[in-house]
Ligand binder design. Structure first.
Ligand SMILES: CSC[C@H]1O[C@H](OP(=O)(O)O)[C@H](O)[C@@H]1O
Length: 356
């Protein structure tokens, strides 16, 4: 069995560029790309070369820091104006994952009180690096809390890829499986392929197999049969944005799994960091759902599989209503319902933790 963390990092900072693992090419090709300017970063996020809410936030943060290194002004005021413009540009890459906006705004805030452009440039890089380092610790803590919900031998269904390459390391929904492996626990993962981009078939299976975690691939329409025939004990998924009432946007198909979990009487867990919780979004109805290129649906590996000109609806996410969510697992612990009250309390707890 290879070490659980033979899995490469999805994004790394170098002083003159950002290196990303091209997730479009996995699992057949392991290709690294150098992003040398803000346009490269925008395109990498928009085209899912780098994907996964936390990884998108980390990459955008590095992209903003990289762009700022190239500003030539010595005026802090002009520097900040350009920074805001570049923040808005990177924020336009994808609309749903709140981590993108959270990370960008955290960088802009980090230079609120700088006294020079040089200090601002250094601060931005350090803040972006801090975001990536914190996310790794956060994901491990999510994994530890999530693992407390599972027993040896459990069979757990997941969708998309909320794994190590979607974050700084460990992942969110997949984190408990890596920690289980470290602790000698045997968990059996069933990975839904996740049409149309196939993050489950391509990425989740690839990650888990490298770590020696038992994983079985199913097509999305096999979920109900799999829950029944394989006696699935729980469903765990990631998140792209959690509204203040607990409604959760995640990869398309997640809502259907939540309905199935309810019908079969098994728990449905959402695993996500506080950076994915957006208290400014009151309910799931307010979460912008990205609609992507119809060719993701009409083509498979570049080959057309549907008639030319067919109408296509291609939402990349759906929203699971909070009443279908058994628990939300964050780095602060496990919340079981009453999300409208419990989610804001998490931030109060975090602020207190940071203050001491
Ligand atoms: C920890 S990743 C969270 C989330 O992001 C993925 O979306 P995408 O592949 O489009 O970036 C998926 O919804 C994951 O569950």
């Amino acid at each position: 069995m290879t070490e659980p963390f033979a899995i490469p990092r999805s994004v790394e900072w170098n002083d003159t560029h950002i290196t990303i693992l091209n997730q479009q090419k996995l699992p057949l090709v392991t290709e690294y790309l150098q992003l040398k300017n803000i346009k490269d970063v925008w395109e990498a996020i928009a085209s899912l070369k780098v994907r996964g809410a936390p990884a998108i936030g980390i990459t955008a943060a590095y992209g903003l820091a990289l762009a700022a290194q190239q500003y030539e002004t010595e005026s802090v005021e002009i520097f900040k104006k350009q920074l805001q413009k570049d923040r808005d540009y990177l924020a336009s890459a994808r609309p749903t994952a709140v981590n993108l906006f959270w990370a960008l705004d955290r960088l802009v805030t980090s230079v609120s009180h700088v006294s020079s452009v040089n200090e601002a440039k250094t601060t931005l890089v350090h803040e972006a690096i801090r975001i990536q380092i914190e996310d790794e610790d956060v994901c491990r803590r999510i994994g530890e809390h999530a693992l407390s919900l599972f027993q040896n031998g459990d069979r757990i269904l997941t969708i998309c890829n909320a794994g190590s390459i979607a974050t700084a390391r460990y992942g969110t929904a997949l984190a408990p499986f890596y920690l289980a492996k470290e602790k000698g626990m045997n968990l059996h993962v069933y990975a839904s392929e996740t049409r149309p981009v196939l993050q489950g078939a391509r990425l989740t299976t690839w990650e888990l197999m490298q770590a020696g975690v038992d994983v079985t691939l199913i097509t999305d329409n096999m979920a109900a049969q799999t829950i029944k025939a394989k006696n699935i004990t729980a469903v765990i998924v990631g998140a792209d944005r959690i509204a203040a009432n607990g409604d959760t946007a995640n990869k398309i198909g997640t809502f259907g799994l939540a309905l199935l979990a309810k019908a079969f009487g098994i728990p449905f867990y959402v695993a996500a960091p506080l950076s994915t919780i957006d208290l400014a979004t009151k309910t799931g109805d307010e979460i912008p759902i990205e609609e992507r290129n119809p060719e993701e649906v009409t083509h498979l590996a570049g080959t057309r599989i549907a008639p030319e000109g067919v109408n296509v609806y291609n939402p990349a996410f759906d929203v699971t209503p909070h009443h279908l969510i058994t628990a939300i697992i964050t780095e602060q612990g496990i919340i079981r319902g009453n999300y409208e009250t419990e989610l804001p309390a998490l931030f109060a707890k975090e602020a207190h933790h940071e203050a001491i």
